[in-house]
Ligand binder design. Sequence first.
Ligand SMILES: Nc1ncnc2c1ncn2[C@@H]1O[C@H](COP(=O)(O)OP(=O)(O)OP(=O)(O)O)[C@@H](O)[C@H]1O
Ligand SMILES: [Mg+2]
Length: 366
Amino acid sequence: MPIRRLTLSGVRNLQPLTLSPHSAVNFIYGDNGSGKTSLLEAISLMASGKSFRSSQIKHVLAHDDEQMVLKLSVSDDHLGECELDSLRLRSGDYLLKMNGSVLTSQAQAAQWLPVQIIEPNTFKLLSGSPEERRQFIDWGIFHVEQDFMAQWKVFRKQLKQRNAVLKQKESEWLSIWNDGFIESALQIDAHRRAYLKRFKPEFERILNQLDAHISVQLAYYPGWDKDSELSAVMARQQDRDLVLGYTQSGPHRAELRIKVDKYLASDVLSRGQQKTVVAALKIAQGALFQQETQRSTIYLVDDLASELDEKHRFALCKLLEDLKCQVFITSIDKEKLTDIWQPRSSKLFHVEQGVITEQAQADGSA
Ligand SMILES: Nc1ncnc2c1ncn2[C@@H]1O[C@H](COP(=O)(O)OP(=O)(O)OP(=O)(O)O)[C@@H](O)[C@H]1O
Ligand SMILES: [Mg+2]
């Protein structure tokens, strides 16, 4: 599912541009501060509606511009062709269109852009909040199971309504909300369990290829005492829920613990090892997505050299090549990329003070 064409303006320091990326590998190199991460950020913004490095999107809007425009032409073997357009104003107003029609949810655009990001802060997937790891699992389900988004929305609504009742201390209404809450909670949990069952062997295979010396275990906790029925847990915790004014247990509290024996991986692995584990998680997720949908993932790999030695960089690139998907990969030095990896087909882009130009490759291809 490659991005065929990308047009942008008003993104950080980048000059307005139109690019025709390669459907396989796109090398992007340039000095510090030239605009490499900004290019990847623009793609991820279209895919998720969020920036992977600023909590507020207003920081992505170029200081001297009043609006940010992103346009992507995407081509997918299964879904067909699609044009995604977004316009963000400094006021915060936002318009997202697909083939000229206004979209009401970001998820509709996300479906077309199964983007995975591997960047220097990626190791935070291990050390960050459980929410990040829940989102990680849910990405895999969302992109494979058609009905997951709708079920997730139902669950969020049930949770909100139950919490409102708890806040108002309306205990007599709780029994009415409990059944619906439990039903949708169990649906979400079943999706997550089934996904992780398929995901774990793929993850082990990929991690072994990246680094055979690291061994980690993935332990899933559903968000309630796993030895009890959710209905029993809800009954047991009802009085405390009423005191607290919110629902203590459920899929909104699920956790994926990533462990090395009895320790959390984030407490014992080196920074490079953590990046390797997270890269394995993300490559495994993309690989599984491809196997299950016959569609392909788009990888954004920012600053490949950071934290990873040559051996690990090469192993990671090799896995990406084997996936035969579209990759955007940045580095400060061209050599750090091209010396270790000569994929069958690629394009090379140089970024200088916000201007991106396609370079001729050593073999003469432009
Ligand atoms: N909102 C903004 N408007 C204009 N320029 C900005 C804005 N936000 C950041 N910049 C500038 O954009 C430039 C590009 O940043 P970016 O992070 O994309 O560079 P980079 O090539 O990834 O650098 P590095 O190699 O250090 O990671 C920086 O010089 C930064 O100061
Ligand atoms: Mg950068």
